[in-house]
Design a binder for this molecule. Structure first.
Ligand code: IMP
Length: 174
């Protein structure tokens, strides 16, 4: 299953970085409770690990967003495929995203979430690919910056596959 895949970040490297992010978030929010808003599908693995690295009372919400078809190129069209189950009004919301690529998805999502009257909104993204940026989005907590390559694993897919790889890699031999 991992043939033709070059490892970019090992499971160990990811674990260490996620623990650092969790500690930073726990420090910053002090004793406040927060809502971790996991953006499906790509961030489900990251959010599960991050939630366990945060030492604060928290609530988990999920939002389904689709910005890609079965291809590796952004269509620029963002669609909400699933919404939160309880209101975000008055809450400290931390959006958990797998990767910020063009920034189109988060730019759109931020606008949507702001209209719901949260106390605050911050962004935590595991990866950032600045080379392809089309909309600037301020990432408050960032795992790793990567070059312009299409990565898979640890929740990230290629045509819905590879999400279950425990590491992050690049398909070198499709
Ligand atoms: P953006 O709107 O271009 O910033 O793209 C955001 C979404 O595109 C991410 O949440 C991912 O689901 C997907 N995406 C962007 N780059 C990659 C990649 O390298 N591998 C897998 N999915 C990606």
């Amino acid at each position: 299953m991992t043939e033709g895949i070059e490892t970019i970040f090992t499971a160990e490297q990811i674990r260490a970085r996620v623990n650092e992010l969790g500690a930073e978030i726990s420090r910053d929010y002090q004793k406040r409770s927060l809502v971790l808003l996991c953006i499906l599908k790509g961030s489900f693995v990251f959010a599960a690990d991050l939630a366990r690295a945060i030492e604060l009372p928290l609530r988990i919400e999920f939002m389904g967003v689709s910005s890609y078809g079965e291809d590796t190129k952004s269509s620029g069209v963002v669609q909400i495929t699933q919404d939160v189950s309880t209101p975000l009004a008055g809450e400290d919301v931390l959006i958990v995203e797998d990767i910020v690529d063009t920034g189109l998805t988060l730019h759109y999502l931020l606008q949507q979430i702001q209209t719901r009257g949260p106390a605050s909104v911050r962004i935590c993204s595991l990866l950032h690919k600045p080379a392809r940026e089309m909309k600037k989005v301020a990432i408050d907590y960032l795992g790793f910056t990567i070059e312009d390559r299409f990565v898979i694993g640890y929740g990230l897919d290629w045509a819905q596959k590879y999400r279950n790889l425990p590491f992050i890699g690049e398909v070198t031999n499709p």
